[in-house]
Design a binder for this molecule. Structure first.
Ligand code: IMP
Ligand code: MG
Length: 175
């Protein structure tokens, strides 16, 4: 962690704070008084989830789903692995998947299939970051924090080999 010479700031801590607040208000407005079941896609989304649910306000249920698709490098393996399933049935619930980043779209399309068969009342997606230039599978994302260029980013939950998740900003990592 001490050598941060090849990390440049893409989105500052302040811009993240402002955008996440606005996104939370937008989501609450879209759902009205309806309780929302937020599903945090571990591990990358845990910081975004923590800030976003406070910005959404009112009735929010928190669930956690462990997913692994990267294996230490800067490119997706393409294979999605469930490392921890939900503890609670979501049938009849208004489910909002909370993702850190949509890259190829493979992880989310897999998750949408996985969760849809459990018959939630509704199923939507909120992502902090969208990298549309790398999309392989089409996914419909309702709430997007920032659209970013095709760069490998770290920080605010996103990792490189499990490090850098605790950076308060989003940075571009250049090897
Ligand atoms: P996808 O399946 O290709 O859309 O990849 C989605 C997952 O890959 C995300 O949930 C992240 O965990 C990871 N990922 C994709 N791009 C990046 C990146 O730039 N930095 C860190 N993780 C990434
Ligand atoms: Mg993720």
């Amino acid at each position: 962690m001490s050598e941060q010479t090849n990390i440049s700031v893409l989105i500052s801590e302040e811009r993240i704070r402002e955008r996440v607040s606005a996104l939370g208000r937008e989501i609450r407005e879209a759902y009205g008084d309806t309780p929302i079941t937020c599903i945090c896609v571990l591990k990358g989304s845990f910081l975004f989830m923590a800030d976003l649910i406070r910005a959404i306000g009112d009735d929010v249920y928190c669930e956690f789903l462990g997913v692994a698709s990267y294996h230490g490098g800067t490119h997706s393996s393409g294979a999605v692995q469930i490392t921890q399933d939900l503890r609670t049935p979501i049938e009849g619930s208004h489910v909002l998947i909370i993702e850190d980043i949509v890259d190829s779209g493979r992880t989310l399309s897999y998750l949408v299939e996985l969760l849809r068969v459990r018959q939630p009342a509704s199923l939507k997606i909120a992502t902090l970051l969208d990298k549309p230039s790398n999309r392989v599978v089409d996914v419909n994302v309702e709430f997007i924090g920032f659209t970013i260029p095709d760069e490998f980013v770290i920080g605010y939950g996103l990792d490189l080999g499990e490090l850098y998740r605790n950076l308060p900003y989003i940075g571009i990592y250049t090897p």
